[in-house]
Design a protein around this ligand. Structure first.
Ligand code: ADP
Ligand code: TRP
Length: 313
């Protein structure tokens, strides 16, 4: 019997990760997941709400697994699985869809934002929070680590649990969100928040060449007095005391400071990059099939209880 609280989170591959993602989300996750009975799910059915390219979806799933293995998640210590491997998720989502109201779902951000932009939302995007509720509630999850943008979806999951429990009797545990404390906002090469949409990133799994190019493009002024943006990124890789000495000695020498930064970044990122490159498709497939088996043991038992509670069995 596992006495640790249960943790579950969902991953959507968002393409090439950058060091903002690493220090803001991945690293804090890697530092905490072993304190929990952890489940890591690749949300491929959620991806279908916006992605219509089968080959890209297949690649994204593999990449998401590779990313997490490479940054240090041990598949023996966390259950890594794919949402679509367990039909219980979409099945339970339907049950929740039949419990919640249209006006309630209309308040969900993902849907609301799309409509506010004058775009047409598909029905999958509309019911997205109920699939996410199913992901979480099937496993009697205690905590759900997510970014701030997902907080509302956890409220929706609690609401779905409460509604079900009210109508059919106590069945689901109400989960709590866990907003991981990263290092705060990681600045990009221009000093703004690092974000793939701003083109100011340092890639997490890029080659040394990619890293060098990004570092060399960090904005500095011509007076030689303002290495702030270089320093800010450097402080993620070296203790402050050491940095202050280095920046004192090399005052004004941006080239030297940037070269040191490149070496320090390489020291941290190259082992992860090499780990990632050595992960084969077979290994990813093995991780996912082992994960599906462990996840199924929990989800199928829970779904059996649900089927009885609602009367389809
Ligand atoms: P992007 O802004 O590049 O599109 P995402 O929105 O996909 O990044 O971010 C995924 C997660 O990575 C977020 O939940 C957030 O916690 C973290 N993250 C992204 N950018 C940064 C940053 N610059 N500093 C700290 N954390 C970040
Ligand atoms: N919607 C989440 C995101 O976009 C991904 C996700 C799907 C998720 N199912 C989940 C997160 C369950 C936590 C728990 O990031």
């Amino acid at each position: 019997m596992n006495s640790k609280p249960r943790l579950l989170t969902g991953l959507q591959s968002s393409g090439d990760l950058h060091i903002g993602n690493y220090f803001g989300a991945l690293k804090p996750f890697v530092d905490t997941y072993e304190k929990y009975d952890s489940f890591l799910m690749v949300a491929d059915y959620h991806a279908l709400t916006s992605l219509k390219d089968a080959e890209v979806l297949r690649e994204n799933v593999k990449n998401a697994v590779r990313d997490y293995l490479a940054v240090g998640v041990d598949p023996e210590k966390a259950v890594i699985f794919r949402q679509s491997d367990l039909s219980e998720h979409t099945e339970l989502a339907w049950v929740f869809d039949c419990l919640v109201s249209v006006p309630f779902l209309q308040q969900a951000h993902a849907y609301k934002d799309k409509v506010a932009k004058g775009l047409e939302a598909n029905a999958g995007l509309f019911t997205y929070p109920m699939l996410m509720a199913a992901d979480i509630l099937l496993y009697d999850t205690d905590v759900v680590p997510v970014g701030e943008d997902q907080r509302q979806h956890i409220e929706y999951a609690r609401e779905a649990a409460a509604k079900f429990n009210h109508v059919y009797g106590q069945t689901f545990k109400e989960p709590k969100e866990m907003i991981l404390k990263g290092v705060g906002v990681v600045p990009g090469t221009d000093g703004q928040k690092m974000s793939k949409s701003y083109g100011n990133t340092i890639p997490l799994f890029g080659s040394k060449d990619d890293i060098s190019k990004a570092v060399m493009s960090i904005v500095t002024d011509s007076s030689g007095e303002h290495p702030e943006h270089v320093y800010a990124i450097h402080s993620l890789f070296k203790p402050k005391e050491e940095l202050d000495t280095i920046y004192g000695i090399n005052r004004g020498n941006y080239k030297m400071l940037k070269e040191m930064l490149i070496e320090d970044i390489e020291g941290v990122l190259s082992p992860m990059r090499e780990a990632r490159e050595s992960i084969t498709d077979d290994e990813v497939a093995r991780v996912l099939s082992g994960g599906a088996e462990k996840a199924r043991a929990v989800a199928s038992a829970k779904m059996e209880v649900v089927r009885h509670a609602v009367g389809v069995r």
